[in-house]
Write a protein that binds this ligand. Sequence first.
Ligand SMILES: [Zn+2]
Length: 442
Amino acid sequence: MRPSLKIALAWMAILVALTAGPGLGRPADPSDPQIVSVPTAPGLAVRLRRMGLDPFAEWEGQIYILASPRGLASLRSAGISYAPENGRLSSSRFAAAGSQGGLNGAYHSYKELESDLFALEQQYPALAKVYDLGLSLEGRHIYALKISANPARDEAEVLFLGCHHAREWISVEVPFLLGKYLVENYGLDSDIQRLIDSSAVWIIPLVNPDGLEYSIQTYRYWRKNRRDTGDGSFGIDLNRNYGYQWGADDDGSSPNPDSEVYRGPAAFSEPETRAVRDFFLGRNIRALVSYHSFAQTIIYPWGYTTVPAEKDAAMEAIAAHMAALIQAVNGRTYSYGESSRDMYLTNGDLTDWAYGVSGIPAYTIELPPADEIHGGFFNAEADIASIFSENLPAMLYLIDWSIRDFRPAPPQDKNDPGRDAPGRPRRIIPSLLGWNPRSGGN
Ligand SMILES: [Zn+2]
């Protein structure tokens, strides 16, 4: 399927989820963004983005926009007439997709996740350790779970992250469940044992704890963190706040605090992105996946430009392999490609930054659903297990890939705090299947 059509279909699911009504949190507040549509015209989407608006889909001659009251005012003052879409697509067929048992049902809240992470550490002390990477804006901990059988040894390190975007609840579950699976199967499965004996798997399941709590307690559709921007709006898009080509243009992110893709006043202005940055720079991560939802897509740098990255072919080969492994489980197809070409322009995202500063393969995986109207951001609780299990072989493959050709550093002095010391300077190992750190260029 053409990516543009696929994306349009994926976005349609957002519309439906947004307009489904029941189970989506509190009733609509006048200050909440609402969906409107305007007739498509050449260059209009770019113009809308420059106005700080969030044109998120084009479908059958209409551009759909998620707009705050201020956004609607700027449409009016620009003489662009729009039609409200909220409710237009609602149907009992879709309503069930938003239902969750309790507020967050089987999905983790911040507190539930915290407790489950420490429970894993307690139950599997030889394999699992929880690290605190720092505090969010509202003072919640950003945790990393390290899975390793040889924590004192220099090992190949792989990183899986979730929930840059608050409403993408499934993106917490998939990396968390990986950690749980690895410790529970280490003693039962010789393949898992082999992987964990030779690697350190890092899991940061909740980059945006404040946003997640707000999404659970107050407004299910919340995306950004909870920064008070001082002008009556809240939130910075954490996945537009990283410091590589940050703010390269106003198409891949917005300078407008009102926007859903507001990049913040400066790169790394937010404690959440600084926590990830400082962690990453203190380690020697050889590959990473940042989970999002939804689209069923595996994308890699660049996001800020459509020019292929120096390692485009190598990143594509890994993505293709992951997509095939995923499809073999449940038959779901995940497309793959360069972020800017397969999805849309983004600047300041984690993967551009990680690849840009260290040359490692860095992926965004947009989890299901994709092209069916099955709830968009609001995956059914019953789908958590199948979405995790279809992603597991690709995760294990990436760990295995990271082990290959890894050469550990010489044994450390006994008094050396070791690789576990946060903030330890990272080294770049250039021998990774010809995966050399990039040296300038695109
Ligand atoms: Zn996302």
